[in-house]
Design a protein around this ligand. Sequence first.
Ligand code: PGA
Length: 308
Amino acid sequence: MNYTFHQLKVFMAVVEKESVTKASEELNMTQPAVSIQLKNLQDQFEIPLTEVIGRKLYVTEFGKELYQIANKILQEVANINYRTHSFKGMLSGKLKISVASTGKYVMPFYLKSFLKANPNIDLIMDVTNKTRVIESLEKNEVDFSLVSVMPEQLDMEQEILLPNKLFLTGAVDRGLDTSKPMNKSVFDEFPLIYREEGSGTRVTMQHYFQKAKIKPKVRFELTSNEAVKQAVMGGLGYSIISLLSIKNELKAKEIQIIPVKGLPLVEQWRLIWHRQKKMSVVASAYLDFIRLNKKQIYQQHFSWLEKY
Ligand code: PGA
């Protein structure tokens, strides 16, 4: 057995991308260089790792097993590097986090002083839609994810950071009487803007409608919290939005909360990770940091939520 870490890395990229061309782009290598590495790795096994049918590349069962093992090996190798630095008193390496769209209003505050204290840590943060966040967890591409609604299909651990309060919002309309909570019949009148399928905000909103037996008028769907917010401000419709995302707009009186019986809906923002995840030194240092500092970060940056 003479395969190298580099060959395993190339093989993993080919499996993840299901394509030599795409893997070569990801690795900044030429396509022939990737093919040679793949061939050199394959030559050391009697069983095929991949097969090409038509023009499509498939990973064999054996290839999939090798992928899992290679993943563990390369993580351990990374651990050796991180540990070397931490023994020298310097924490270094990658911290990979995927963040569900609306979490972008939360995550930076829970990273700032950790990154400041550890300047050799490279943060790889992907703020993306919920479907992609779940995929990044399934594929073991990240150390943590920040979500509000827990993905039910995965076996996760969590650290709760702060509440996620969702209110009905609309463009500022001085003619609207908001002095007392409105009845749920408001949803018969107000056209709603929905988030995309899979969004945690949408799931929370739909649970509420189901429970309250409300059949809302849906005007259209948009794929991020920011897009919904802008559409609401522009007067295109109403939506149930996370309070966290409208702090400035409320202050500037560009958006208003419409009080409705049964609202706000309350979820939690949580940092989650796979129960079986073997954490890197950086990831476990970050988790220690969160456990030690989350209350203080909440007090400093998010206690304003309690006013609503
Ligand atoms: P989203 O996030 O609505 O922006 O997808 C909320 C969640 O993760 O539950």
